[in-house]
Design a protein around this ligand. Structure first.
Ligand SMILES: *[C@@H]1O[C@H](CO)[C@@H](O)[C@H](O)[C@H]1NC(C)=O
Length: 394
Protein backbone atom coordinates (compact mmCIF):
# COMPACT_ATOMS: atom_id res chain seq x y z
CA UNK A 1 0.00 0.00 0.00
CA UNK A 2 2.79 2.37 0.91
CA UNK A 3 4.32 1.76 -2.47
CA UNK A 4 1.10 2.65 -4.21
CA UNK A 5 0.71 5.83 -2.21
CA UNK A 6 4.22 6.95 -2.96
CA UNK A 7 3.65 6.27 -6.63
CA UNK A 8 0.54 8.37 -6.59
CA UNK A 9 2.40 11.20 -4.87
CA UNK A 10 5.16 10.91 -7.38
CA UNK A 11 2.76 11.16 -10.28
CA UNK A 12 1.17 14.32 -8.96
CA UNK A 13 4.61 15.86 -8.59
CA UNK A 14 5.55 14.94 -12.13
CA UNK A 15 2.43 16.32 -13.73
CA UNK A 16 2.51 19.49 -11.66
CA UNK A 17 5.88 20.74 -12.81
CA UNK A 18 8.95 19.85 -14.77
CA UNK A 19 10.87 19.57 -11.56
CA UNK A 20 13.62 17.06 -11.10
CA UNK A 21 12.44 13.85 -9.60
CA UNK A 22 14.65 12.66 -6.80
CA UNK A 23 15.04 9.22 -5.34
CA UNK A 24 17.15 8.02 -2.48
CA UNK A 25 18.04 4.41 -3.16
CA UNK A 26 19.69 2.01 -0.79
CA UNK A 27 22.57 0.21 -2.49
CA UNK A 28 21.88 -3.43 -3.27
CA UNK A 29 18.12 -3.02 -3.49
CA UNK A 30 16.09 -3.22 -6.64
CA UNK A 31 14.91 0.05 -8.17
CA UNK A 32 12.35 0.46 -10.90
CA UNK A 33 10.77 3.54 -12.36
CA UNK A 34 7.92 3.51 -14.81
CA UNK A 35 8.00 6.12 -17.58
CA UNK A 36 4.29 6.85 -17.84
CA UNK A 37 3.18 7.84 -21.31
CA UNK A 38 0.26 9.82 -19.87
CA UNK A 39 2.66 12.02 -17.93
CA UNK A 40 4.68 12.85 -20.99
CA UNK A 41 1.51 13.22 -23.05
CA UNK A 42 0.41 16.11 -20.85
CA UNK A 43 3.78 17.75 -21.53
CA UNK A 44 3.11 17.57 -25.24
CA UNK A 45 -0.32 19.16 -25.06
CA UNK A 46 -1.41 22.59 -24.04
CA UNK A 47 -3.32 22.89 -20.79
CA UNK A 48 -6.47 24.06 -22.54
CA UNK A 49 -6.65 20.82 -24.42
CA UNK A 50 -6.17 18.96 -21.19
CA UNK A 51 -9.15 20.69 -19.64
CA UNK A 52 -11.28 19.91 -22.65
CA UNK A 53 -10.55 16.32 -21.83
CA UNK A 54 -9.22 15.49 -25.24
CA UNK A 55 -6.00 13.73 -24.57
CA UNK A 56 -4.28 12.04 -27.44
CA UNK A 57 -2.84 8.62 -27.00
CA UNK A 58 0.36 9.12 -28.95
CA UNK A 59 3.00 6.50 -29.56
CA UNK A 60 6.17 7.51 -27.76
CA UNK A 61 9.72 6.33 -27.53
CA UNK A 62 12.18 7.21 -24.82
CA UNK A 63 15.88 7.80 -24.79
CA UNK A 64 17.57 7.66 -21.42
CA UNK A 65 21.14 8.48 -20.55
CA UNK A 66 23.34 9.60 -17.73
CA UNK A 67 23.67 13.37 -17.95
CA UNK A 68 26.64 14.37 -20.17
CA UNK A 69 27.15 10.73 -21.13
CA UNK A 70 25.81 8.76 -24.07
CA UNK A 71 24.46 5.83 -22.11
CA UNK A 72 22.94 4.80 -18.83
CA UNK A 73 25.02 3.81 -15.82
CA UNK A 74 26.10 0.21 -15.93
CA UNK A 75 23.59 -0.99 -13.36
CA UNK A 76 20.55 0.72 -14.86
CA UNK A 77 18.60 -0.74 -17.75
CA UNK A 78 15.80 0.62 -19.86
CA UNK A 79 13.07 -1.33 -21.54
CA UNK A 80 9.99 -0.51 -23.56
CA UNK A 81 8.27 -3.16 -25.62
CA UNK A 82 6.24 -0.96 -27.94
CA UNK A 83 5.70 2.79 -28.49
CA UNK A 84 2.19 2.37 -27.10
CA UNK A 85 3.56 0.85 -23.85
CA UNK A 86 5.11 2.54 -20.87
CA UNK A 87 8.86 2.36 -20.49
CA UNK A 88 10.78 1.18 -17.46
CA UNK A 89 14.10 2.04 -15.91
CA UNK A 90 15.27 -0.70 -13.59
CA UNK A 91 18.31 -2.14 -11.93
CA UNK A 92 20.17 -2.63 -8.72
CA UNK A 93 22.78 -0.02 -7.77
CA UNK A 94 25.78 -1.39 -5.92
CA UNK A 95 28.02 1.63 -5.38
CA UNK A 96 26.97 4.81 -3.64
CA UNK A 97 26.84 8.17 -5.33
CA UNK A 98 24.58 10.46 -7.27
CA UNK A 99 23.50 9.85 -10.86
CA UNK A 100 21.50 12.32 -12.91
CA UNK A 101 19.46 10.56 -15.57
CA UNK A 102 18.05 12.42 -18.54
CA UNK A 103 14.91 11.02 -20.10
CA UNK A 104 13.89 12.29 -23.51
CA UNK A 105 10.46 11.33 -24.75
CA UNK A 106 9.84 11.54 -28.50
CA UNK A 107 6.23 11.77 -29.59
CA UNK A 108 6.05 9.59 -32.68
CA UNK A 109 2.97 11.42 -33.99
CA UNK A 110 4.16 15.01 -33.81
CA UNK A 111 7.89 14.34 -33.31
CA UNK A 112 7.95 16.77 -30.41
CA UNK A 113 10.29 15.94 -27.59
CA UNK A 114 10.20 16.60 -23.91
CA UNK A 115 12.73 15.98 -21.17
CA UNK A 116 12.60 14.79 -17.63
CA UNK A 117 15.41 14.66 -15.10
CA UNK A 118 15.76 11.89 -12.61
CA UNK A 119 18.20 12.29 -9.74
CA UNK A 120 19.18 8.99 -8.17
CA UNK A 121 21.10 9.20 -4.94
CA UNK A 122 22.42 5.82 -3.92
CA UNK A 123 23.07 5.53 -0.21
CA UNK A 124 25.07 2.84 1.50
CA UNK A 125 23.15 -0.15 2.74
CA UNK A 126 23.97 -3.66 3.82
CA UNK A 127 23.11 -6.44 1.42
CA UNK A 128 20.79 -9.03 2.92
CA UNK A 129 22.73 -12.01 4.20
CA UNK A 130 20.49 -14.64 2.66
CA UNK A 131 19.52 -14.34 -0.97
CA UNK A 132 17.62 -16.56 -3.32
CA UNK A 133 17.02 -16.32 -7.03
CA UNK A 134 13.90 -17.64 -8.71
CA UNK A 135 13.08 -18.10 -12.34
CA UNK A 136 9.60 -17.20 -13.46
CA UNK A 137 9.12 -18.86 -16.78
CA UNK A 138 5.78 -17.44 -17.88
CA UNK A 139 6.68 -13.77 -17.57
CA UNK A 140 8.31 -10.97 -19.50
CA UNK A 141 10.28 -8.21 -17.85
CA UNK A 142 7.81 -5.44 -18.71
CA UNK A 143 4.94 -7.41 -17.23
CA UNK A 144 6.80 -7.89 -13.95
CA UNK A 145 8.13 -4.37 -13.43
CA UNK A 146 4.85 -2.59 -12.60
CA UNK A 147 4.92 -2.19 -8.79
CA UNK A 148 1.66 -4.08 -8.34
CA UNK A 149 3.06 -7.19 -10.03
CA UNK A 150 6.29 -6.92 -8.07
CA UNK A 151 4.17 -6.94 -4.90
CA UNK A 152 2.26 -10.02 -6.01
CA UNK A 153 5.46 -11.90 -6.68
CA UNK A 154 6.95 -10.73 -3.41
CA UNK A 155 3.91 -11.90 -1.46
CA UNK A 156 4.20 -15.41 -2.86
CA UNK A 157 7.89 -15.52 -2.04
CA UNK A 158 7.27 -14.21 1.48
CA UNK A 159 5.08 -17.22 2.09
CA UNK A 160 7.69 -19.54 0.63
CA UNK A 161 10.42 -17.97 2.78
CA UNK A 162 8.07 -17.77 5.73
CA UNK A 163 9.02 -14.21 6.56
CA UNK A 164 7.66 -10.71 5.96
CA UNK A 165 11.12 -9.12 5.91
CA UNK A 166 11.90 -9.77 2.30
CA UNK A 167 13.29 -7.34 -0.26
CA UNK A 168 13.65 -7.67 -3.97
CA UNK A 169 17.34 -7.53 -4.82
CA UNK A 170 17.24 -7.87 -8.57
CA UNK A 171 14.87 -8.50 -11.43
CA UNK A 172 16.37 -9.29 -14.78
CA UNK A 173 15.34 -10.45 -18.18
CA UNK A 174 16.35 -14.02 -18.93
CA UNK A 175 17.56 -12.79 -22.34
CA UNK A 176 20.24 -10.76 -20.54
CA UNK A 177 21.53 -13.95 -18.97
CA UNK A 178 21.89 -16.10 -22.04
CA UNK A 179 18.22 -16.96 -22.46
CA UNK A 180 16.80 -17.52 -25.91
CA UNK A 181 14.28 -15.38 -27.71
CA UNK A 182 11.05 -17.39 -27.56
CA UNK A 183 8.94 -18.36 -30.53
CA UNK A 184 6.41 -15.66 -31.36
CA UNK A 185 3.58 -17.90 -30.24
CA UNK A 186 1.09 -17.71 -27.42
CA UNK A 187 2.37 -19.40 -24.30
CA UNK A 188 6.04 -18.69 -25.01
CA UNK A 189 7.71 -16.11 -22.80
CA UNK A 190 11.20 -14.76 -22.33
CA UNK A 191 11.27 -15.53 -18.63
CA UNK A 192 12.36 -13.37 -15.73
CA UNK A 193 14.82 -13.90 -12.88
CA UNK A 194 13.80 -12.45 -9.51
CA UNK A 195 16.31 -12.30 -6.70
CA UNK A 196 15.12 -11.61 -3.18
CA UNK A 197 17.03 -11.23 0.05
CA UNK A 198 16.36 -11.34 3.73
CA UNK A 199 18.19 -11.43 7.04
CA UNK A 200 15.97 -14.36 7.97
CA UNK A 201 17.47 -17.80 7.38
CA UNK A 202 16.15 -19.92 4.51
CA UNK A 203 12.89 -21.68 5.27
CA UNK A 204 12.46 -25.43 5.17
CA UNK A 205 10.78 -25.16 1.79
CA UNK A 206 13.70 -23.25 0.31
CA UNK A 207 16.23 -25.68 1.72
CA UNK A 208 14.38 -28.50 0.00
CA UNK A 209 15.68 -27.12 -3.29
CA UNK A 210 19.10 -28.38 -2.23
CA UNK A 211 17.79 -31.78 -1.18
CA UNK A 212 19.62 -34.58 -3.03
CA UNK A 213 16.44 -36.09 -4.44
CA UNK A 214 15.47 -32.84 -6.14
CA UNK A 215 19.02 -32.21 -7.28
CA UNK A 216 18.99 -35.61 -8.94
CA UNK A 217 15.60 -35.10 -10.58
CA UNK A 218 16.60 -31.68 -11.87
CA UNK A 219 19.90 -33.00 -13.24
CA UNK A 220 18.02 -35.37 -15.53
CA UNK A 221 16.28 -32.35 -17.03
CA UNK A 222 12.85 -33.64 -16.05
CA UNK A 223 10.06 -31.22 -15.26
CA UNK A 224 10.04 -31.09 -11.48
CA UNK A 225 6.96 -29.78 -9.75
CA UNK A 226 7.19 -27.52 -6.74
CA UNK A 227 6.51 -29.74 -3.71
CA UNK A 228 2.88 -29.42 -2.72
CA UNK A 229 3.39 -27.94 0.71
CA UNK A 230 5.68 -25.27 -0.75
CA UNK A 231 3.52 -24.27 -3.69
CA UNK A 232 2.31 -20.80 -2.80
CA UNK A 233 1.82 -19.27 -6.19
CA UNK A 234 -1.58 -17.67 -6.37
CA UNK A 235 -1.37 -16.52 -9.98
CA UNK A 236 -0.23 -19.19 -12.45
CA UNK A 237 1.99 -16.81 -14.42
CA UNK A 238 3.94 -15.97 -11.24
CA UNK A 239 4.85 -19.56 -10.45
CA UNK A 240 8.55 -20.29 -10.06
CA UNK A 241 10.56 -23.03 -11.75
CA UNK A 242 11.69 -25.25 -8.94
CA UNK A 243 14.86 -26.44 -10.61
CA UNK A 244 16.11 -22.97 -11.50
CA UNK A 245 16.00 -21.80 -7.91
CA UNK A 246 19.36 -20.87 -6.44
CA UNK A 247 20.23 -20.04 -2.85
CA UNK A 248 23.06 -17.70 -1.81
CA UNK A 249 24.17 -17.73 1.79
CA UNK A 250 26.36 -14.64 1.97
CA UNK A 251 27.40 -15.40 5.56
CA UNK A 252 29.16 -18.52 4.29
CA UNK A 253 30.93 -16.78 1.48
CA UNK A 254 34.50 -15.67 1.85
CA UNK A 255 34.73 -11.93 2.27
CA UNK A 256 36.04 -10.23 -0.83
CA UNK A 257 39.68 -9.10 -0.56
CA UNK A 258 40.00 -5.48 0.52
CA UNK A 259 40.54 -2.93 -2.21
CA UNK A 260 44.17 -1.84 -2.68
CA UNK A 261 44.97 1.26 -0.67
CA UNK A 262 45.78 4.28 -2.74
CA UNK A 263 48.76 6.42 -1.84
CA UNK A 264 48.78 10.20 -1.76
CA UNK A 265 50.46 10.33 -5.16
CA UNK A 266 53.35 12.41 -3.75
CA UNK A 267 56.85 10.93 -3.32
CA UNK A 268 58.28 10.86 0.16
CA UNK A 269 61.03 13.38 0.86
CA UNK A 270 64.63 12.26 0.43
CA UNK A 271 64.04 9.94 -2.46
CA UNK A 272 65.42 11.20 -5.74
CA UNK A 273 63.40 10.48 -8.76
CA UNK A 274 65.38 8.51 -11.30
CA UNK A 275 63.88 8.74 -14.72
CA UNK A 276 63.99 5.56 -16.74
CA UNK A 277 66.92 5.39 -19.18
CA UNK A 278 66.09 6.65 -22.61
CA UNK A 279 66.41 4.03 -25.35
CA UNK A 280 69.50 3.93 -27.59
CA UNK A 281 69.72 6.30 -30.54
CA UNK A 282 68.54 4.84 -33.75
CA UNK A 283 70.34 5.14 -37.08
CA UNK A 284 67.86 6.48 -39.60
CA UNK A 285 70.21 6.55 -42.64
CA UNK A 286 69.23 3.14 -44.08
CA UNK A 287 65.56 4.02 -43.65
CA UNK A 288 66.18 7.34 -45.39
CA UNK A 289 67.99 5.69 -48.28
CA UNK A 290 65.30 3.09 -48.78
CA UNK A 291 62.30 5.38 -48.50
CA UNK A 292 63.57 8.54 -50.22
CA UNK A 293 66.66 7.99 -52.36
CA UNK A 294 65.76 4.69 -54.04
CA UNK A 295 62.31 5.86 -55.28
CA UNK A 296 63.90 9.14 -56.38
CA UNK A 297 66.51 7.35 -58.49
CA UNK A 298 63.90 5.09 -60.02
CA UNK A 299 61.73 8.12 -60.86
CA UNK A 300 64.69 9.89 -62.43
CA UNK A 301 65.56 6.86 -64.61
CA UNK A 302 61.96 6.56 -65.74
CA UNK A 303 61.88 10.28 -66.50
CA UNK A 304 65.02 10.07 -68.65
CA UNK A 305 63.68 7.02 -70.47
CA UNK A 306 60.43 8.79 -71.23
CA UNK A 307 62.29 11.89 -72.42
CA UNK A 308 64.36 9.78 -74.81
CA UNK A 309 61.28 8.00 -76.18
CA UNK A 310 59.32 11.24 -76.62
CA UNK A 311 62.04 13.52 -78.05
CA UNK A 312 65.02 11.45 -79.21
CA UNK A 313 63.11 8.96 -81.31
CA UNK A 314 60.79 11.25 -83.32
CA UNK A 315 60.27 9.77 -86.78
CA UNK A 316 61.07 12.91 -88.74
CA UNK A 317 64.45 13.25 -87.09
CA UNK A 318 65.60 9.68 -87.32
CA UNK A 319 68.14 9.42 -90.14
CA UNK A 320 67.03 5.96 -91.16
CA UNK A 321 63.54 7.23 -91.95
CA UNK A 322 64.59 10.20 -94.03
CA UNK A 323 64.04 8.44 -97.31
CA UNK A 324 60.58 7.21 -96.41
CA UNK A 325 59.64 10.72 -95.39
CA UNK A 326 60.69 12.14 -98.68
CA UNK A 327 58.58 9.59 -100.50
CA UNK A 328 55.61 10.45 -98.29
CA UNK A 329 56.03 14.16 -98.97
CA UNK A 330 56.20 13.54 -102.69
CA UNK A 331 53.04 11.47 -102.51
CA UNK A 332 51.24 14.25 -100.68
CA UNK A 333 52.19 16.80 -103.29
CA UNK A 334 51.02 14.65 -106.15
CA UNK A 335 47.61 14.24 -104.53
CA UNK A 336 47.27 18.01 -104.12
CA UNK A 337 48.34 18.64 -107.70
CA UNK A 338 45.94 16.07 -109.05
CA UNK A 339 43.04 17.56 -107.12
CA UNK A 340 43.79 21.01 -108.44
CA UNK A 341 43.94 19.67 -111.95
CA UNK A 342 40.60 17.90 -111.59
CA UNK A 343 39.00 21.07 -110.23
CA UNK A 344 40.20 23.23 -113.11
CA UNK A 345 39.02 20.61 -115.61
CA UNK A 346 35.57 20.54 -114.01
CA UNK A 347 35.30 24.33 -114.25
CA UNK A 348 35.67 24.24 -118.02
CA UNK A 349 33.26 21.39 -118.69
CA UNK A 350 30.36 23.75 -119.74
CA UNK A 351 27.79 21.30 -118.49
CA UNK A 352 25.24 22.39 -115.86
CA UNK A 353 26.12 20.99 -112.53
CA UNK A 354 23.94 18.15 -111.20
CA UNK A 355 20.56 19.25 -109.85
CA UNK A 356 21.33 17.97 -106.41
CA UNK A 357 24.19 20.42 -106.05
CA UNK A 358 21.89 23.40 -106.57
CA UNK A 359 20.50 25.07 -103.49
CA UNK A 360 16.79 25.04 -104.53
CA UNK A 361 16.46 21.47 -105.76
CA UNK A 362 13.29 19.70 -104.63
CA UNK A 363 14.11 16.04 -104.27
CA UNK A 364 10.47 14.90 -104.69
CA UNK A 365 9.27 16.92 -107.68
CA UNK A 366 12.58 17.62 -109.28
CA UNK A 367 11.45 21.23 -109.69
CA UNK A 368 14.11 23.83 -109.58
CA UNK A 369 13.69 27.36 -108.44
CA UNK A 370 14.79 29.92 -110.95
CA UNK A 371 18.22 31.15 -110.07
CA UNK A 372 17.03 34.76 -110.64
CA UNK A 373 15.11 34.53 -107.33
CA UNK A 374 18.08 33.34 -105.41
CA UNK A 375 18.85 36.54 -103.47
CA UNK A 376 15.36 36.39 -101.88
CA UNK A 377 15.43 32.70 -101.22
CA UNK A 378 16.56 31.10 -98.00
CA UNK A 379 19.37 28.69 -98.50
CA UNK A 380 17.59 25.89 -96.74
CA UNK A 381 13.87 25.43 -97.31
CA UNK A 382 11.54 24.79 -94.46
CA UNK A 383 9.90 21.36 -94.45
CA UNK A 384 7.12 21.43 -96.95
CA UNK A 385 3.80 21.96 -95.23
CA UNK A 386 0.69 21.55 -97.43
CA UNK A 387 -1.21 24.25 -95.47
CA UNK A 388 1.45 26.85 -95.51
CA UNK A 389 2.84 28.00 -98.76
CA UNK A 390 6.36 28.96 -98.06
CA UNK A 391 7.27 29.59 -101.67
CA UNK A 392 7.24 33.26 -102.45
CA UNK A 393 4.66 34.21 -105.00
CA UNK A 394 5.58 36.14 -108.07
C1 LIG B 1 21.09 -8.00 -11.64
O1 LIG B 1 20.93 -8.77 -12.81
C2 LIG B 1 21.69 -8.31 -13.92
C3 LIG B 1 21.35 -9.18 -15.09
O2 LIG B 1 21.65 -10.50 -14.87
C4 LIG B 1 23.17 -8.36 -13.57
O3 LIG B 1 23.91 -7.85 -14.64
C5 LIG B 1 23.43 -7.53 -12.33
O4 LIG B 1 24.78 -7.63 -11.96
C6 LIG B 1 22.55 -7.99 -11.20
N1 LIG B 1 22.74 -7.10 -10.07
C7 LIG B 1 22.89 -7.58 -8.84
C8 LIG B 1 23.10 -6.57 -7.80
O5 LIG B 1 22.87 -8.76 -8.58
Amino acid sequence: MAVCRSWFLLLTVVSAAHAEIKFNLPAGKFFSYELMRETFQSDFESLSQLYLGRLYDDPMVFKCNLQYFPDLPEWLRFTQRHPFDNGFLYGTPMSTGKSVIEIYAVNKRSYETTRQILVLNVIAAKSPSYQAEFFIKLREIEKVLPPAVQDEIKQDLQKLWDTEALDIVNISNALDRGGRVPLPLAGHFEGVYVKVGSEQKFSGCLLQVQAPEYQRQCATGAKVKVPGECNFCSIPSNCISWCSTELFDLTQMAPSPPAPTLGSGVLEAGEDFEPPKSPEDRDFLPDYLVTIIVPLVVALVLCLLLTYIMCGRREGVDKRNEKTNQIQLYHHHTILDNTDELRSMADHRGVPPPLSTLPMFDSRTGAQATPSDSPRMPLIMAQHDPNVDTMPRK
